[in-house]
Ligand binder design. Structure first.
Ligand code: DLL
Length: 437
């Protein structure tokens, strides 16, 4: 049977802009009222700003609403932001922070249905449909990736293999034996899968695998190119965060030119993270999201810390919902070394420009005599290896120059033997900051 290549699933993706704005206004008014009437935290925040549900009349009033930040979720831990009684809440997820308690998020049955729909639209935009065999290697559990992708794929009628993360050899066996056509996982884990498949003598390009659905962490265009070439697939970027729903907030379509936000459920704004002013479309800043449909845990103007811009040109796919540019960094994964702002993605891009098979790497920040230093540990791949000392020295020099050119700082590059950088099954930990230890 001929499969439809791109299944639109939701006509909302194609609503004319005025109709979409009307829908958003209506849903916003409802969600503000729900938050105000059911969550003392939101009521107080709005009272402090002299806002009431009745003072919201149009989308222009969104800018007058208070922001919500991650610390608010920590302070109201665990159930303080719920707008539904527990008897209506059917699922909890949690996202581990870098410190202390996790943040907790809740869903009613209706919320799960919205999430499933958003994930169906996400997968369909990448070309997944019934008939596909989807290996879901996002972690199942409190992390939203596993169950989010699971229900979306099942909703489309695809065959789901709930592989979860880890046990890499078995992942490759499943992919090969079951004729998997779609894989979902973090991009860093897929790079690891490519490498392990190579060791097992499995050429991913010869398998039926055709689509990769990757997200949950930043990854560069260079990394996409590497993945697409090494595995013979099309690699799609998907975006989301637990506080808003999980994956399914935004996704690339077949054009792979930015991520469409499912704006009928998640309302995007871009702000200047310093002045907190709303920026016009096209300008880069911090993404702020409000949930328009979530009943158990509505979120008003949540500051994601993710840096991006809303793209202004129409997408060739015909969807009218707006797009954001690829998220290359967060305002808080930036580190400052001797006054210079550095994003891990800049270092990755520099490494990939020198070596197209992205080697495993880790960035180590240290402090000696009050001065901050960057060390970049890069694992030698078989392609890079030479038994001539001079060739290895030349390679080290090439990497340091490439990185220094991009970040304008001296770095110490160390070439490490294979398997010395710890592998991740989920989000990669690229930066080890030893400065405050
Ligand atoms: O990572 C949800 C998710 C699961 C998204 C699977 C995509 C696929 P959290 O654990 O709450 O939720 O982490 C959310 O991860 O604020 C971003 O900083 C980062 N992130 C998520 N997707 C992307 C992406 C899930 N495509 C945080 N590109 C977000 C860059 C991403 N960063």
């Amino acid at each position: 049977m001929q499969q439809p290549l791109f299944n639109p699933v939701s006509s909302t993706d194609y609503l004319p802009a005025p109709k979409l704005r009307e829908l958003q206004t209506e849903r916003f008014a409802r969600i503000i009222r729900r938050a105000y009437e059911n969550v003392p935290f939101f009521r107080k925040r709005m009272d402090d700003r002299n806002r009431t549900p009745d003072s919201f009349r149009s989308l222009e009033d969104v800018a007058l609403l208070p922001f919500t930040v991650k610390a608010d979720l920590r302070e109201t831990y665990p159930f303080g932001l719920f707008a539904s009684p527990l008897k209506e809440i059917v699922r909890l997820h949690a996202s581990s922070g870098t410190t202390g308690k996790p943040i907790v998020v809740a869903y009613t049955k209706g919320d799960l249905a919205v999430w499933e729909e958003a994930m169906m639209r996400t997968l369909a935009a990448a070309g997944v449909s019934s008939g596909d065999i989807v290996q879901n290697s996002f972690g199942y559990g409190l992390f939203t990736g596993g169950l989010g992708a699971h229900y979306g794929a099942e909703g489309l009628g695809a065959t789901v293999i709930p592989a979860s993360g880890g046990n890499t050899e078995r992942q490759i066996m499943l992919m090969k034996d079951f004729g998997v056509t779609v894989i979902c996982c973090t991009p860093s884990y897929f790079v690891h899968l490519i490498e392990e498949a190579g060791k097992m003598g499995v050429d991913l390009r010869k398998l039926p695998l055709r689509i990769g659905i990757f997200g949950a962490e930043p990854w560069t265009f260079e990394m996409r190119r590497h993945i697409e070439e090494a595995a013979g697939i099309k690699a799609f970027d998907i975006y989301g965060l637990s506080e808003i729903t999980g994956p399914g907030v935004g996704a690339e379509c077949e054009c792979q030119c930015g991520l469409h936000i499912f704006e009928d459920h998640f309302y995007p704004e871009i702000i200047d993270p310093d002045t907190l002013e709303v920026l016009p479309d096209g300008k880069e800043g911090e993404l702020v999201l409000s949930t328009l449909s979530k009943m158990a845990m509505p979120m008003l103007r949540y500051r994601t810390r993710d840096l991006t811009s809303i793209l202004t040109e129409k997408c060739a796919c015909g969807r009218t919902i707006r797009r954001i540019s690829k998220i290359s960094h967060r305002s808080d994964d930036m580190f400052i070394i001797r006054g210079v702002n550095v994003f891990p993605s800049q270092i990755e891009t520099a490494i990939l420009n020198e070596e197209k098979h992205l080697p495993h790497y880790q960035i180590i920040l240290t402090r000696s005599h009050g001065l901050d230093n960057i060390e970049v540990d890069i694992e030698v791949t078989p392609e890079m290896f030479s038994d001539k000392v001079s060739a290895m020295e030349e390679l080290t020099q090439r990497f340091s120059h490439a990185i220094e050119r991009v970040i304008s700082l001296r770095v110490l590059v160390k070439m490490l033997p294979p398997n010395s950088v710890p592998r991740s099954e989920g989000k990669a930990r690229r930066v080890i900051d030893k400065r405050n230890l």
